[in-house]
Design a protein around this ligand. Structure first.
Ligand code: C2E
Ligand code: MG
Ligand code: MG
Length: 761
């Protein structure tokens, strides 16, 4: 046997005649084929050599004294199927040669035509090398295809799943089932400390997966570990052979022990910070090539996006349901909870009371001690309520100084209830509050309603308590129970309704316009039409006074129709007068949108004249688009198809999630005034505004900030990339004629009210 070298061919002879081997080697050498060789002549030596010598080719005689060529061929196919096998024989004969080829021989060369040997050997070796390469490529493609399936699977998970843990769990499963990995572990960052905690895992072998999981859990806290490094650098770690010197010692030992040879650790990154890592490992070595890594990076990127999205949505959802200042539920969530609690009561066996309370003179506290003290006071009040009513899901902050709670007082008499109410108020608010060294006594006024005695419908319980509170405010009483209030209110309402009907007939309504300003150019980009009632007795009346009644009586449909026609007519007049074209948004109330003729009437008013730059848009509230509002959604789609922009008004005060809205025909979000007010000087408010703007952008919606009163608010909105701003900072709502003046000046550049006055003087 000659010397070994991995570059030269390795030839295994199955031959009893050393002279024949010499002859063959001579032929090969003459043809320039470099080789090392080995000779065997028994079955057992052949099998051993196939494994130990690892030949590139086998050259076999056909008939040997202790062995025969066909058996040799069979053994070779069995132990080294990819190695070419050529018969070199003097006796083979045509018929046996054909049988040999059929049984898997690569070729045959007759000893009396030995000059054919060299070309036959080199062709066989080249063909074998090519087919090994082909098989490798095919395996690679099959592997990449699996990873691609995993990638597209991850993408659809990201779109579908709204829960962080579930997203990671499904990803791990996919890495095994589609990606072909042996084990996958996802760990997320534990808040505030550097550690990572495995939250999801999957693998083909539970024992190994568990070991790996334990490793990941403890190594994340060790600074020198691979996991820590990935967390710190936000760069992936790839090891394609755990036995190689580059493999990290700890991980290496573990992987070898677990029989895993390739491992990749992918960081999942939000805003530059690693929030989770995904560890994927495989049994084979060298599987994470360049292309596979590209795809894994893409999958990690998309997963990160999904996590970010879930995180933001959770904050936004939290903040739309809960008051950021007190951490208590807002009104809509409270109403839902009350309904659930009371609605679940079978027959009228349980008794509940909803109490709505107002802190008296909060505005005076704000004025005398400053807004900050007022805010702190509200937090203290919330804390005290939480102390006395430990079921915090039964307490709410409706905004301002108004809090609410639901209790189960049991069946008591009127007098008992009144006494208990007074006592409760005394217990909770008897002690004054200590705020920043000041002692502030607090008095409350409450309105309450009992179920089932006062109100038998759980949906009306909160409203009734509020009505009672309203009555308490008007009458000056401290504690008012619902029911006595209804009749007197009813009379007043009836009168107002009558006056509103007259107002409609007598054309006492007017439309005012408030500009919407482009945050970057600071030019007027649009306007909102806002209704006013010029009452002969009371002068200009704000919509908050009469809109609820218009809504509850259905008069809003007629009035709303007037608003649309009036806005259309004002716009057309401005166009005729040569003013810059502008889009004007009108507020559409739910009853209007529910009306079957709404779209037809809208188009009638708008179609003859509107263009892309001038026309009417609509503003609706989230409440309009409840789950069962298919017809309303269809109407909005019709409007939108013809270029009308749809905005969600007062976004953030209702409690739809933005994701749900994203599926609906909506172009614009109007960020509610209360968020804008809190955007400066309140980190939670600021982050909420930021979140809304960023999410809106994700869904290709534009944003309009409402109630912008201060320059700092506008600056912040500009920073955050808000599109438009509306508020007293620019201008209050003004009459149509005044608005025309605003528009005319400098082609829509908003001028200061003072200049406007000078100008018209
Ligand atoms: P909205 O659609 O959210 O309109 C914005 C309200 O915020 C307007 O009150 C506007 O005057 C007020 N506002 C604007 N900038 C500021 C600011 O910087 N600070 C403060 N504190 N307030 C600001 P308005 O005109 O009293 O309207 C109240 C609500 O009445 C409107 O809220 C809208 O929901 C409804 N509304 C008004 N006109 C119509 C109408 O024609 N049809 C219907 N269905 N609803 C209307
Ligand atoms: Mg509006
Ligand atoms: Mg609004």
């Amino acid at each position: 046997m000659s010397n070994d070298s991995s570059l030269v061919n390795r030839i295994l002879f199955v031959e009893d005649q050393p002279a024949d081997v010499e002859l063959a080697l001579h032929q090969l050498k003459r043809a320039g084929i470099q080789c090392v060789w080995n000779r065997v002549q028994t079955a057992s030596d052949l099998v051993a050599a196939l494994h130990d010598f690892r030949p590139t080719i086998v050259l076999s005689d056909f008939s040997l004294p202790q062995f025969d060529g066909m058996s040799a061929l069979q053994l070779a196919r069995q132990h080294a199927p990819a190695v070419p096998f050529i018969f070199v024989s003097g006796t083979i004969g045509e018929e046996r040669a054909i049988r040999a080829l059929r049984s898997g021989a690569t070729d045959y060369v007759l000893k009396d035509n030995i000059s054919r040997l060299a070309p036959a050997v080199s062709r066989a070796i080249n063909d074998a090398a090519a087919s090994v390469e082909r098989a490798k490529q095919e395996a690679l493609i099959a592997r990449l295809y699996r990873v691609l399936r995993m990638l597209s699977g991850v993408n659809s998970l990201v779109l579908r799943i709204r829960d962080r843990k579930e997203l990671l769990r499904e990803t791990c499963r996919l890495a095994i089932s589609a990606g072909g990995y042996a084990a996958a572990i996802a760990s997320t960052k534990v808040l505030d400390i550097a550690a990572m905690q495995p939250v999801a895992w999957s693998g083909i072998d539970d024992g190994i997966t568990e070991e790996l999981r334990t490793y990941v859990a403890e190594s994340a806290a060790r600074e020198s570990s691979v996991i820590s490094r990935v967390i710190r650098t936000a760069k992936e770690y790839v090891c394609n052979s755990t036995a190689s010197p580059s493999a990290t010692v700890n991980l290496d030992a573990l992987m070898i022990h677990a029989g895993l040879q390739s491992v990749v650790v992918l960081p999942l990154v939000i805003d530059g910070t690693t929030v989770a890592v995904l560890v994927l490992s495989a049994r084979d070595s060298n599987i994470v090539g360049k292309e596979e890594l590209e795809m894994l990076r893409e999958a990690a990127g998309n997963l990160s996006f999904g996590l970010q999205y879930i995180q933001r949505d959770t904050t936004a959802r939290f903040l739309t349901h809960f008051d950021s200042q007190t951490g208590l539920a807002k009104r809509p969530l409270f109403c839902e909870r009350v309904q659930r609690l009371v609605g679940n009561t079978r027959s009228h066996e349980s008794h509940y009371a909803v109490v709505v309370m107002d802190i008296e003179r909060l505005s005076i506290i704000n004025d005398s001690f400053g807004r900050r003290t007022g805010d702190l006071l509200l937090q203290h009040v919330a804390d005290r309520l939480k102390r006395y009513y430990p079921k915090t899901d039964q307490i709410a902050h409706f905004g301002g100084g108004t809090f609410a709670l639901i209790t189960a007082p049991g069946n008591r008499t009127d007098e008992e209830i009144r006494v208990a109410g007074r006592q409760q108020a005394q217990t909770v608010f008897g002690e004054p509050f200590q705020i920043e060294g000041r002692v502030i006594p607090v008095a409350v006024r409450t309105g309450f309603a009992h179920f089932p005695e006062d109100v038998s419908d759980s949906t009306a319980l909160v409203q009734s308590a509020e009505a009672a509170l309203h009555d308490a405010r008007v009458s000056g009483a401290k504690h008012v129970r619902y029911s006595s209030t209804t009749r007197s209110e009813g009379v007043g309402q009836f009168a107002l309704e009558h006056r509103l009907r007259l107002a409609l007939e007598r054309k006492e309504f007017e439309l005012f316009y408030q500009p919407k300003v482009n945050v970057i150019t600071r030019r007027i980009q649009g306007a909102e039409a806002l209704i006013r009632w010029r009452s002969p007795e009371e002068g200009l009346v704000a919509p908050s006074v009469f809109l609820p009644l218009l809504e509850s009586t259905g008069l809003i449909v007629q009035t709303g129709d007037w608003v649309i026609r009036q806005a259309a007519s004002d716009c057309q007049r401005w166009l005729r007068e040569g003013l810059p074209p502008i889009r004007v948004a009108v507020n559409i109330s739910p009853a209007q949108l529910r009306h079957p003729d709404f779209v037809r009437d809208f188009f009638r008013a708008v179609e003859p004249w509107s263009t892309k730059t001038s026309g009417l848009d609509v503003e609706i509230t989230e409440g309009v688009l409840q789950e069962d509002s298919r017809a309303e959604v269809q109407r909005l789609k019709l409007l939108r198809d013809s270029g009308v922009k749809i905005a969600i008004d007062d976004f953030g005060t209702g409690y739809s999630s933005l994701r749900r809205l994203a599926a609906l025909p909506i172009d614009t979000l109007k960020i509610d005034r209360c968020f804008v007010a809190e955007s400066v000087g309140n980190p939670v408010g600021a982050s909420l505004v930021k979140t809304i703007i960023e999410l809106a952008r994700t869904f290709n919606m534009t944003t309009v900030a409402e109630g912008v009163e201060k320059q700092e608010q506008l600056d912040y909105l500009w920073h955050m990339g808000c599109d438009q701003s509306q508020g007293f900072l620019h201008s209050p709502a003004v009459t149509a004629d005044e608005f025309a003046v605003l528009l005319r000046h400098g082609k829509g550049v908003l001028i200061h009210p003072a200049e406007r006055d000078e100008d018209s003087a």
